[in-house]
Design a protein around this ligand. Structure first.
Ligand code: SF4
Length: 517
C-alpha cells in the first residue's frame, strides 16, 4: 500500500467518524423524534441534538467534544503488513488532533499528564484480525467516557433491583439487559444503543459486547433466540420512561444488539456496552493502494434531522402550551435569584462562566481558586480548543461532561468559594443536593453531546488558568450568550434525576415475570 494514500484514508476515517453521524444512527434518532410529544423536555433535547448534528456536518467539527478512546478494528488478508497500517493510524491521529477533529484524550494513568496528541500506552486501541477476503476492512468507534462509564457486567445468577433473581438462562439474560438500561439512566447521554455479550470471561465478554456496536442499527440477528431478545428489549425498554438525557420521555433506547460465545461451566457473564446517542462509528473498505473504495453504515439517504425541528428549547414548549419558566442569568448571581429557580425551569446564561472538571475539582478542594468564584457559574466541560497564529484560543466543541464524578467535591467547593450554579449532565448525588439547599445553589443539566450547539453560544475565551492539567482539564474563562440548560436540581431539595430514577425502578418491576422459558 502507498504510505501517503493509506495515511490519508485513516485521517478521513477519523474525521468522518468524529464529525458525520452515520446514516443508520440518524434514522434511529428521527424515529425517536417522531415518538416524542412536542413541548416535552425530551423533545426539546432531541431538537438540540438535531441542530448539533447539523452544525457538526456544516463545520466539519466534532459532534461531541469527548472523542473517546478511539478503537480501530482492522481485518486484513494474509500477507498485508499490519505494522504499516499501525504507523498510518498513528500519523493520522496526530494530524486529526492538531486539526481539532479529536480532543487530546490520552492521559498518563499515574501522573495525569496528557500526551497532547492522542498517542500513548494503549491509545489508540487497534485490534487486528486476519481473514480470507482479499481486501482490508478498517472500522473505528469513538465512544466517550460518559457512556463507557455506564457499561456493566453481570455474573449470573444474581439479584437485580426491581427484577429479583436473574438465573443462568435466557430469561436471566433478559433481566440483566433490562436492568442495564435502567442503571444507565440518562448519564450515558440517552437515548442510547447497547451491545450485549453473553458468555466468555470478564474481558472477552466485554469485547463481544463492544463488537455488537459495529453491527448496523437496522440489521436482524440471524440467531432466532437473540433476534427475539433484541426485539423484546427494544419493545419494552422504552416503557421505563427515562427518556432523552434522563429527562423522562418516550425513547430511552435506540438500538440493542446481542452476541453470544461459549463460556466455561463455572462462569456466566452478561456484559453490556452502553453507547450514547452520539454513536460515532464508521468503516471503510480499502483498495490495494490504501485508498478508500467504500464506506460502511452509509446506505440510504443522509437525513437532515433539523427538518421539521424547532430550533429553540423554549419555542417547542411554547407551542404545546407548556411553556417552561425561562430565566436569564448573568454572573455574579445572588442567592435570592437562585432560590427563585425550580426544577423544570429553563435557564439562559449570558456573560462569564468557568470550566472545571476532575482535575480542577480536586485542585480546588486543596488549594485557593485562581479567580474569585463568588456568585459564579462552573461548567463541567472539557472543550476541544485550537490556538490561532496570533495566540488566541478558539472553542471547537464544548458540551457538558458527566457531573457525578465531581460528587465527592462539589458541595464543599460551592460552599467554600460561593459558587451559585453548576452546569453538567446526568445529575449529581445527595451530598451536592444537600449543599444546594444549605448554600443556595442550582444544578443545571445541559444537553449531553451537544458540543457544537454550545460552542456556538461561546462568544469569546477571556482567559485560562491551570493549564498544567492539559487542555480538557484547564479552567477556561468563557464569555457566553444564550447558553441554555434545564434546572434539574434546585435549592429546595428537589431532583428530577431522583424522580426519574424512582419512577423507572417502579416500571422496571413490571418486567419481573419470566418471558422466555
Ligand atoms: S454524547 Fe455524552 S456520553 Fe457520548 S461522548 Fe458525548 S458527553 Fe460522552
Amino acid at each position: 500500500m502507498n504510505k501517503e494514500t493509506l495515511q490519508q484514508s485513516m485521517y478521513d476515517l477519523i474525521v468522518e467518524t468524529s464529525t458525520n453521524l452515520p446514516k443508520d444512527v440518524r434514522r434511529a434518532i428521527r424515529s425517536a423524534k417522531e415518538r416524542e410529544n412536542a413541548g416535552t423536555r425530551a423533545a426539546m433535547s432531541l431538537d438540540t441534538i438535531s441542530n448539533n448534528v447539523k452544525m457538526a456536518d456544516d463545520n466539519v467539527s466534532p459532534i461531541c467534544q469527548d472523542t473517546g478512546l478511539p478503537t480501530f478494528k482492522i481485518k486484513t488478508p494474509v500477507g498485508v503488513n499490519q505494522l504499516q497500517i499501525k504507523e498510518a493510524i498513528y500519523a493520522a491521529m496526530v494530524q486529526a488532533t492538531k486539526d481539532g477533529k479529536l480532543r487530546p484524550n490520552s492521559v498518563d494513568s499515574l501522573t495525569g499528564a496528557n500526551s497532547g496528541d492522542n498517542l500513548g500506552l494503549g491509545t489508540p486501541v487497534i485490534k487486528f484480525e486476519q481473514w480470507e477476503k482479499d481486501y482490508v476492512d478498517a472500522r473505528l468507534i469513538l465512544k466517550g467516557g460518559g457512556c463507557e462509564n455506564k457499561n456493566i457486567q453481570y455474573s449470573l445468577p444474581c439479584e437485580l433491583d426491581g427484577l429479583g433473581r436473574a438465573g443462568r438462562d435466557l430469561d436471566g439474560i433478559r433481566k440483566c439487559v433490562m436492568h442495564s438500561v435502567y442503571q444507565a439512566q440518562g448519564q450515558g447521554c440517552s437515548a442510547g444503543f447497547i451491545g450485549v455479550g453473553i458468555g466468555g470471561d470478564r474481558s472477552s465478554g466485554y469485547d463481544l459486547a463492544k463488537e455488537q456496536l459495529f453491527r448496523s442499527v437496522d440489521d436482524v440477528n440471524p440467531t432466532e433466540d437473540l433476534r427475539k431478545l433484541e426485539e423484546y428489549v427494544m419493545d419494552n425498554a422504552n416503557e421505563l420512561g427515562i427518556g432523552t438525557m434522563g429527562f423522562g420521555g418516550e425513547t430511552t433506547l435506540l438500538g440493542c444488539k446481542v452476541g453470544v460465545m461459549n463460556r466455561i461451566p463455572a462462569s456466566f457473564f452478561v456484559s453490556v456496552a452502553y453507547n450514547c446517542w452520539a454513536f460515532r462509528r464508521l468503516g471503510v473498505k480499502l483498495s490495494d493502494d490504501g485508498g478508500i473504495d467504500e464506506w460502511f453504515y452509509q446506505e440510504g439517504d443522509k437525513i437532515d434531522l433539523t427538518v421539521g425541528s424547532q430550533s429553540e428549547l423554549e419555542t417547542a414548549a411554547a407551542d404545546s402550551g407548556e411553556k417552561p419558566n425561562v430565566v436569564v442569568l448573568e454572573a455574579p448571581i445572588t442567592e435570592e435569584k437562585i432560590r427563585e429557580l425550580k426544577v423544570g425551569d429553563v435557564v439562559q446564561i449570558n456573560g462569564r462562566m468557568y470550566t472545571g472538571r476532575d482535575a480542577i475539582h480536586k485542585h480546588l478542594s486543596e488549594n485557593d481558586a485562581p479567580v474569585d468564584l463568588d456568585g459564579q457559574v462552573i461548567y463541567h466541560c472539557g472543550p476541544v480548543m485550537l490556538k490561532d497564529d496570533e495566540g488566541n484560543w478558539h472553542v471547537k466543541a464544548a458540551g457538558p461532561t458527566t457531573s457525578i464524578r465531581e460528587e465527592p467535591y462539589q458541595g464543599d467547593i460551592m460552599k467554600r468559594f460561593g459558587i451559585r450554579a453548576v452546569i453538567g449532565k446526568g445529575g449529581m448525588g445527595p451530598k451536592t443536593l444537600a449543599a444546594l439547599k444549605e448554600h443556595g445553589g442550582v444544578y443545571l443539566n445541559a444537553i449531553g453531546g451537544a458540543a457544537q450547539y454550545y460552542a456556538d453560544c461561546i462568544k469569546g475565551v477571556d482567559g485560562v488558568d491551570l493549564m498544567q492539567f492539559g487542555i480538557p482539564e484547564a479552567m477556561w474563562h468563557l464569555n457566553v450568550e444564550g447558553f441554555t440548560a434545564v434546572v434539574t436540581m434546585d435549592s429546595h431539595g428537589n431532583s428530577l434525576h431522583d424522580e426519574v430514577d424512582k419512577s423507572s425502578l417502579e416500571k422496571l418491576a413490571q418486567f419481573k415475570e419470566p418471558v422466555f422459558k
